[in-house]
Design a protein around this ligand. Structure first.
Ligand SMILES: Cc1cc2nc3c(=O)[nH]c(=O)nc-3n(C[C@H](O)[C@H](O)[C@H](O)COP(=O)(O)OP(=O)(O)OC[C@H]3O[C@@H](n4cnc5c(N)ncnc54)[C@H](O)[C@@H]3O)c2cc1C
Length: 404
């Protein structure tokens, strides 16, 4: 059996940032991933909070130097001509007022390579297949079918959609969000908006909120285009993924113009039932991070932010514990993470019940409210100075009542 200070399952953003921070604090870290990098994963639009977290882990320069598409904000559009563009730099004074649109196969590889350069022992095509929670022993299966075991002082689960420890330890909980489906592809040669909104993510609302479209432009001139709707709506239309994607895109006034001369460069694909939750985020020997913990919904591009935040926080707390400090994981990890997750959850719910659109499209809202919302949609969901964070549901409901 091999021994290591910290064992990390998964080399996505949560695993990379956690590993990088821990080796910089002097610990030995083993990261395994069942796949080989580069590998595709969905989730291409980042929020400004990501920059702050990467900067703190000494990893931002690698991303800044990679030539990713600059993302200055987000724009929302309806079929009926409503429009709202939010400039991330008009926030509540936070340092980072922009982020990037990234192909995750490139972004994730850069991060894990950097973590490796900083000292993480990274191995690919090694799958975690068993975990003894009491002894903190992980069993992995190698490509040739052989198995190895590791004993760690702490295990961080950063396995994303693999959800390794939630599955092995029976920690899965029901997500209270509706069952939704994303149908997505990549295209070339789209007609992008001119000027500062050129690199924005555009979110087009379809009909009476039956679906929405993401438009994520990359710096190489290609674009990620996805449609999100309930499983019920998709089934009612009785189409294949490819037919459905084309039906929605080419019947949408805005998307049909943007992609009139584009061709598909990656086949249409889909994912369903991705919202997930767990019964607990940590125990004595392990911590769940990123998508291996809770995943809400893609609408506000919060996934990578939450993965980096939780990976970063899990690393900080593990480091303090391994140096002999007493750490209150309930307060410092679970309560902390749930504050941000719950803020995003309130926004996701307000998006799907339509009240957030009313707020976003209203011309009556004052600039202070806009700044608070910009700050939240930039991923600053732990900023207790922002009343839209500390009372997010109440603030949304009150604002809606005033503006409707
Ligand atoms: C439709 C859709 C659209 C989205 N759009 C966005 C967006 O625009 N912006 C955004 O920020 N987020 C978005 N997300 C969310 C985003 O995909 C995730 O939040 C993010 O990838 C989570 O990162 P992670 O590090 O937790 O896990 P991942 O990036 O999934 O990495 C986990 C790694 O663990 C490995 N692994 C799994 N099982 C095992 C095992 N048994 N042993 C070893 N390794 C294992 C996997 O191979 C993988 O490499 C979207 C999600 C969906 C469903």
């Amino acid at each position: 059996m091999k021994e290591v200070d910290v064992f990390i399952i998964g080399a996505g953003p949560a695993g990379s940032i956690a590993g990088a921070k821990l080796v910089q604090d002097g610990f030995s870290v083993k990261v395994v991933d069942k796949l080989k990098m580069p590998r595709f994963v969905i989730g291409e639009s980042l929020l400004p909070r990501c920059n702050e977290l990467l900067e703190d882990a000494n990893m931002l320069n690698v991303i800044q130097e990679a030539g990713f598409q600059f993302k200055g904000g987000v724009a929302f559009k309806s079929d009926k001509g409503d429009f709202s563009a939010l400039d991330f730099s008009k926030n509540l004074g936070q340092k980072w007022g922009s982020s990037f649109q990234v192909k995750r196969e490139v972004f994730d590889k850069l991060l894990i390579d950097d973590a490796q350069k900083k000292g993480c022992d990274v191995e690919y095509e090694v799958e975690v297949v068993a975990y003894d929670e009491n002894e903190n022993i992980i069993t992995v299966k190698n490509l040739d079918g052989s198995e190895d075991t590791y004993k760690a002082k702490k295990v961080l689960d950063a396995s994303g959609y693999g959800r390794v420890l939630p599955r092995l330890l029976n920690l899965e909980a029901a997500s209270h969000l509706a069952l939704r489906r994303a149908t997505f592809a990549r295209v070339d040669k789209d007609k992008r908006p001119e000027g500062e909104q050129n690199g924005y993510i555009f979110v087009d609302i379809v009909g009476d909120n039956e679906a929405w479209i993401w438009n994520i432009p990359f710096s190489d001139g290609t674009t990620s285009v996805g449609v999100v709707c309930t499983e019920e709506y998709f089934t009612k239309l009785n189409m294949s993924d490819d037919e459905f994607w084309k039906h929605i895109i080419f019947n949408n006034p805005s998307a049909s113009k943007r992609y009139a001369d584009s061709k598909l460069i990656v086949d249409v694909n889909s994912l369903s039932g991705y919202s997930s939750a767990v019964t607990k985020l940590y125990d004595k020997n392990f911590i769940l991070t990123g998508n291996a913990s809770e995943f809400l919904d893609p609408v506000f591009s919060s996934g990578v932010t939450l993965a980096l935040e939780s990976g970063s926080k899990a690393a900080e707390l593990t480091s303090r514990e391994l140096k002999g400090e007493t750490v209150d994981y309930k307060v410092e990890y679970e309560d902390y993470m749930m504050l941000g997750i719950d803020v995003f959850r309130d926004y996701v719910n307000a998006w799907y019940d339509g009240s957030l659109q009313t707020i976003l499209f209203s011309e009556k809202k004052n600039p202070e409210i806009t700044k608070k919302i910009v700050s939240i949609l930039s991923g600053y969901v732990w900023d207790k100075e922002n009343s839209f964070v500390t009372s997010s549901k109440y603030a949304l409901e009150k604002t809606y009542e005033i503006l409707k």
